[in-house]
Design a protein around this ligand. Structure first.
Ligand code: SF4
Length: 104
């Protein structure tokens, strides 16, 4: 926190004793389950849900984020190594991250 913000809160009698984080209630309200980047990846033997927020085509909105995607399409989009690293990161989180966007 820089000195300008610290001085603002120090001089403000309402906030001098405590600091209220503005986005905290939003952060606790959402989970990966409702996020549009949490997509079903359909393989030959199993279907897994994976966070695709790191895929540039989806992040920069060049492509629409699908509800589910075939694993071969994802391999063509990312490459095998990138897909393995995405699958290795694990499943859903109880608390949404900063990239959360609600599924419509
Ligand atoms: S909330 Fe964050 S970690 Fe969870 S699915 Fe969405 S982008 Fe991924």
């Amino acid at each position: 926190m820089d000195s300008k913000i610290r001085n603002y809160y120090a001089n403000n009698h309402l906030y001098s004793r405590k600091m209220i984080m503005p986005a905290t209630s939003e952060k606790f309200k959402n989970s990966c389950q409702e996020c549009k980047y949490y997509v079903e990846v359909v393989g030959h033997h199993e279907t897994r849900k994976v966070c695709l927020v790191e895929v540039k085509a989806y992040q920069k909105r060049h492509k629409r984020v699908p509800a589910n995607i075939e694993i071969m399409d994802l391999i063509l989009l990312l490459g095998k190594e990138k897909l393995e690293s995405l699958l290795g990161k694990g499943g859903q989180h109880l608390m949404a991250c900063g990239e959360f966007e609600e599924r419509i």
